[in-house]
Design a protein around this ligand. Structure first.
Ligand code: SAH
Ligand code: MG
Length: 192
C-alpha cells in the first residue's frame, strides 16, 4: 500500500496543488464535529483530499470530480491502492457539466478559481438543509490581499475573480459565510 507521503511527494514533484495540511485538518475537524457523511468535491487532482476525508470513518462517501485525464487516472490508482474505492467515486469531466440528484452534507469547492461563483450557483440545490460549502484558496498565496505580489497577467485575472467570489459570498442573501485565515484561506458557507 502507498503512503500518503508518497502522494504528497508526487504532488510537489508534478506541481499538483493539493490542500495545505492546516486547511485539510480544518475540514477534517468540521466533518467529525458535524457528522458529515456525504461529500461532493469539485477538483480531485490526484485524490489526496478525498482520501483524507474518506479515512475519517468508513461511513463517509465522497463523490469527486476531475477534468484532467492524467490526474483522474492517478487519483483512481491512489484510491484503489488505499482500498477506498468503495467509499470514493471519481467522475471524469467538467464539474459544470454534471447533474447530480443527490444531496450532500458538504460540497468542497477546490476547482478552477475563476469558476467558483458558477460552482456555487450550480450546486447550491445539491446541499442538504444543513449542508455547507467549503471553498479553498481564497488567499491565493496572499495575493488576494496583496495583488502586487504578482505581475503575471493570468494570475492577476484569477485574483480578481477570487475577489469577486469573496464579494459574492459577502453579499449573498441566502448563505452566511465565515472566512478563516487557515491554510490558503478557507470559507464555510451555510444557508441562513
Ligand atoms: N482537492 C485536491 C486538489 C485539487 S487542485 C486536493 O487537495 O488534494 C484542483 C483540481 O481541480 C485540478 O486538478 C484541476 O484539474 C481540477 N479542476 C479545475 N476546474 C475543474 C472543473 N471545472 N471540473 C473538474 N475539475 C476541475
Ligand atoms: Mg485548493
Amino acid at each position: 500500500m502507498k503512503e500518503l507521503s508518497q502522494i504528497k511527494d508526487y504532488a510537489s514533484k508534478n506541481s499538483v496543488p493539493i490542500m495545505f495540511d492546516e486547511g485539510i485538518e480544518f475540514i477534517i475537524d468540521y466533518i467529525k464535529k458535524n457528522d458529515v457523511s456525504f461529500i461532493l468535491e469539485i477538483g480531485t487532482a490526484i485524490g489526496y483530499s478525498a482520501i483524507k476525508f474518506a479515512q475519517i470513518n468508513p461511513n463517509i462517501r465522497v463523490f469527486t470530480i476531475e477534468y484532467d485525464i492524467e490526474r483522474y487516472h492517478e487519483a483512481v490508482k491512489n484510491i484503489v491502492n488505499f482500498n477506498l474505492d468503495d467509499q470514493i467515486t471519481v467522475f471524469l469531466g467538467d464539474a459544470l457539466n454534471f447533474n447530480f440528484t443527490e444531496k450532500f452534507d458538504l460540497i468542497f469547492i477546490d476547482g478552477a478559481k475563476s469558476q467558483y461563483v458558477n460552482f456555487f450557483e450550480k450546486y447550491k440545490n445539491n446541499l442538504k438543509k444543513d449542508g455547507v460549502f467549503i471553498s479553498d484558496n481564497l488567499f491565493f498565496h496572499g495575493m488576494v490581499e496583496n495583488p502586487k505580489l504578482t505581475q503575471n497577467y493570468s494570475t492577476i485575472k484569477l485574483i480578481r475573480k477570487l475577489k469577486r467570489y469573496i464579494d459574492f459570498l459577502k453579499a449573498n442573501t441566502e448563505f452566511e459565510t465565515t472566512f478563516y485565515e487557515i491554510g490558503d484561506g478557507v470559507a464555510v458557507s451555510k444557508r441562513k
